[in-house]
Design a protein around this ligand. Structure first.
Ligand code: SAM
Ligand code: DTB
Ligand code: SF4
Length: 331
């Protein structure tokens, strides 16, 4: 078997495509080997999400329930108060989450909104949780304000390969995403950056996405991989039929390739986990996924409830834990 796991200066598309093309068992073996070298193989990091500002987003991301341009029946809400956020954060902590992620449906935060979010970050952090926010594109100086409030992670996904980006989103560009990611990095905030699959993209596009993520320097500390949840009223739900659904084993391959190419990153099973079912999730953990969104809701769509996750973790002998589960030193 070819060892494609050696650190590369930069991953080429051909190398990443070669990983995707491996016989399944060889791919799983390589992914599991890389995983065990870097992490406790039975530990899963638990992040809980809260939508702090729902709906009415100016952007046109073709998969998203929260775009003002799509008629998904979602009610637009204003920014939550800090007391509502703290209540949810306490509940997440009591349930065992170690990171609390707050998401806002914005193209980017206005300065007055950022003030309210920094207060949320301070208060959530004071509970002893890691903090993460996802607020869209940042202007110069905004990442520094978030950092000063104690923000640990900023989530901003590349979502899909640059060649496919314009077929899914037209109101901002792939380069805009890279620009925000560099603001986040330069401010000294950890990067949470992943993507979405199941958009009817080819394997080459999936490989391109993983290559672009793996070639971020440094690599993102967290890599959420979302499986499209078809929300009725979105362009993606209108365009894609059941025949376009991503084969679950191809999703597992995507996780394995992310693990091999980003050996020290937490790879997170994100949207669409409920639809994957237990057996596919178990294969994803074997392929090197070691983080999940934990809690009954994501932003606007459902997630396995906490009881179901506890039962699954018990069956698999997995334990929920934070970054202290890492074996090697680093971020
Ligand atoms: N507005 C911010 C942004 O775009 O960065 C943050 C929130 S946005 C909802 C976060 C991520 O959720 C997107 O980048 C996408 O990967 C994922 N996502 C959104 N809608 C989804 C859906 N219907 N199915 C799967 N993933 C989805
Ligand atoms: C990410 O990559 N996935 C999360 C988080 N980052 C913000 C969001 C998933 C959203 C799924 C669709 C919804 O619930 O609206
Ligand atoms: Fe807005 Fe983010 Fe949804 Fe795009 S993915 S429409 S930017 S909330």
């Amino acid at each position: 078997m070819n060892d494609l796991t050696q650190p590369a200066v930069a991953w080429s598309l051909a190398q990443v495509e070669a990983l995707f093309a491996l016989p399944f068992n060889d791919l799983m073996f390589q992914a599991q080997t890389v995983h065990r070298r870097n992490f406790d193989a039975n530990a899963v990091q638990l992040s809980t999400l809260l939508s702090i500002k729902t709906g009415g987003c100016s952007e046109d991301c073709g998969y998203c329930s929260q775009s003002a341009r799509h008629d998904t029946g979602l009610e637009r809400e204003k920014l939550l108060d800090v007391t509502q956020v703290l209540e949810a954060a306490k509940a997440a902590k009591d349930a065992g989450a170690t990171r609390f992620c707050m998401g806002a449906a914005w193209r980017g935060p206005k300065d007055k909104d950022l003030g309210a979010v920094t207060e949320m970050v301070r208060e959530v952090k004071a509970l002893g949780l890691e903090t993460c926010v996802t607020l869209g594109m940042l202007k110069p100086g905004q990442a520094e304000e978030l950092k000063a409030a104690g923000l640990d992670y900023y989530n901003h996904n590349l979502d899909t390969a640059s060649e496919f980006y314009g077929q899914v989103i037209t109101t901002h560009t792939h380069d805009d995403r890279l620009n925000t990611l560099s603001h986040v990095r330069n401010a000294g905030i950890h990067v949470c950056c992943g993507g979405i699959v199941g958009l009817g993209e080819s394997r080459r596009v999936r490989a391109g996405l993983i290559m672009e993520l793996a070639n971020l320097n440094p690599q993102p500390e967290s890599v959420p991989i979302n499986m499209l949840v078809k929300v009725s009223g979105t362009p993606m739900a209108a365009q894609l039929g059941a025949e376009d659904d991503l084969d679950p084993l191809e999703f597992v391959r995507t996780i394995a390739v992310a693990r091999i190419t980003m050996p020290a990153s937490h790879v997170r099973l994100s949207a669409g986990r409920r639809e994957l079912g237990e057996a596919v999730q178990a294969l994803c953990f074997l392929a090197g996924a070691n983080s999940v969104f934990y809690g009954d809701r994501l932003l606007t769509t459902g997630n396995p409830d906490v009881d179901a996750d506890e039962a699954l973790f018990a069956k698999l002998g997995l334990k929920g834990e934070g970054v202290q589960g890492r074996r090697c030193a680093g971020h």
